[in-house]
Design a protein around this ligand. Structure first.
Ligand SMILES: Cc1cc2nc3c(=O)[nH]c(=O)nc-3n(C[C@H](O)[C@H](O)[C@H](O)COP(=O)(O)OP(=O)(O)OC[C@H]3O[C@@H](n4cnc5c(N)ncnc54)[C@H](O)[C@@H]3O)c2cc1C
Length: 413
């Protein structure tokens, strides 16, 4: 029998009426949600799901919202770690990691980039050497958001130096709180510090924490990267204004703590939403050149929204991901840069001021200092163009001279 959207809505609504108790602790509530399969309804039934089509996730989220109930946590855990573990990890690892990730008790960071390998991620040189039941990890990662408070890291490390670069990498779940790990915050030009460098000196990982096959980490990493591209921006949890109770309070505190790292992310996206109001407030809206700049920006914003809506509609119909993901990522960085430029035209010299005396308490300056991040994070614009050229348009691949060489012999800095 085919399950319809109405069936799902009725079932989750009845379950929530019977089980939602705002006075439960947050982890306890999310545990109930996970065990009933409503935390991740599109996951398999044996792993906290109900095996429903992904299109029904939105219906369940709507019903949670209607009941004033809390859902799964936002962030790297549910966004990147959980889908990667679900697809590639052993059953033992899934049993150990998935439930506490859903309840928010286990938090994660991504340990992929290194000083010498960002775009060329497969050139990474952090090493993991087997020692009995453990891997010993040595190396350095960089630009690692939330590494200062995560419990676990999604770590890519080289375990075979004689295999070609893509085939000697393993993917490990690294316990972050141990003596071999030193996390140092990095200060950005906008004054924030949301990234870290992570130094690993004889850090230890249980052998059972390898996600996927030893040497097969690249395939696993592609899953994480696909989810990262798909996520695009931040998922901001909504709380109904009248939602109350212990679980809601704890979720609000969790979200507030989590978003401290991301407070500047709206500015890095360019704040195109403020441009027209700023032009009116400063009298610049009467200038025909400024009006044209704003109109061009808003037209781009609108077309990007339509592309995103098309992608969402295709997903709801169960179609495979199309080119919209890469196009959307590229459009986001184009919009961010264009919005920063229009803000600077509208603000004039005052846009260079920082602090509370500056326009919008210094937000315009923060926009200008933050937008370069969009063109870099999660794969640079140039890399997105390569992906579109090769995978969407079917153009010839970029030559890779070191693809089949043993990594030990590959020239690197
Ligand atoms: C906001 C933000 C958050 C991040 N969060 C994380 C995180 O949590 N975890 C993590 O591991 N990393 C994170 N990163 C790192 C990010 O993934 C890398 O910065 C990114 O992949 C680029 O690598 P790179 O900085 O080494 O630049 P490089 O790879 O050195 O690139 C330098 C320049 O060369 C160009 N280039 C490189 N290769 C090619 C090519 N083949 N063709 C054309 N042009 C090319 C690039 O486009 C770029 O302009 C984050 C970065 C930012 C900005």
């Amino acid at each position: 029998m085919t399950v319809t959207a109405d069936d799902v809505r009725a079932e989750v609504r009845a379950w929530l009426e019977a089980h939602w108790d705002p006075e439960l602790g947050l982890a306890e509530w999310r545990g109930l949600l996970a065990d009933a399969g409503w935390a991740c309804p599109s996951w398999p039934t044996e792993w906290y799901g109900r095996g429903l089509p992904a299109a029904f996730d939105a219906i369940v989220a709507e019903e949670l919202d209607r009941a004033g109930a809390v859902g799964t946590p936002t962030g790297v855990g549910m966004g990147l770690a959980a889908p990667t573990v679900l697809l590639h990890a052993s059953d033992e690892l899934k049993a150990r990691l998935l439930r506490p990730t859903i309840t928010g008790e286990l938090t994660w960071c991504q340990l992929f980039s290194e000083p010498g390998s960002g775009s060329d991620l497969a050139g990474l040189t952090t090493r993991a050497d087997r020692d009995g039941d453990e891997w010993i990890v040595n190396g350095q990662k960089v630009w690692n958001t939330s590494a200062d408070h995560a419990e676990f890291g999604l770590l890519l490390a080289r375990t075979d130096w004689d295999a070609p670069k893509h085939r000697g990498i393993s993917y490990l779940a690294l316990p972050m709180h141990q003596p071999g790990i030193d996390v140092r915050p990095l200060r950005q030009m906008n004054g924030r510090a949301s990234f870290n460098e992570v130094f690993m000196a004889d850090a230890r990982v249980p052998a059972a924490n390898v996600i996927g096959d030893v040497g097969g980490g690249w395939t696993v990493a592609l899953t994480t990267l696909a989810h990262e591209r798909r996520l695009g921006g931040l998922f901001v949890p909504r709380f109904r204004p009248d939602a109350a109770g212990r679980a809601v309070r704890e979720a609000q505190a969790e979200a507030a703590e989590y978003f401290k790292t991301y407070e500047w992310y709206p500015q890095r996206a360019g704040r195109a939403d403020l441009v027209a109001d700023r032009a009116r407030a400063t009298g610049r809206a009467a200038d025909p050149v400024v009006r044209q700049e704003i109109a061009a920006l808003m037209a781009t914003v609108r077309t990007a929204q339509w592309t995103a809506a098309r992608a969402q509609a295709a997903r709801a119909l169960g179609r495979p991901p199309g080119p919209e993901g890469s196009l959307g990522k590229l459009a986001a960085s184009h919009i961010a840069r264009a919005a920063a430029r229009v803000h600077s035209v509208v603000a004039g010299a005052s846009g260079m001021l920082a602090g509370r005396d500056a326009p919008l308490d210094g937000m315009i300056t923060e926009v200008m200092l933050s937008v370069p991040a969009v063109s870099i994070a999660g794969g640079t614009d140039e890399i997105q163009r390569n992906i579109i050229g090769e995978r969407v348009l079917g153009l010839p691949k970029e030559p890779q001279v070191d693809k089949d060489q043993p990594f030990r012999e590959v020239r690197r800095n």
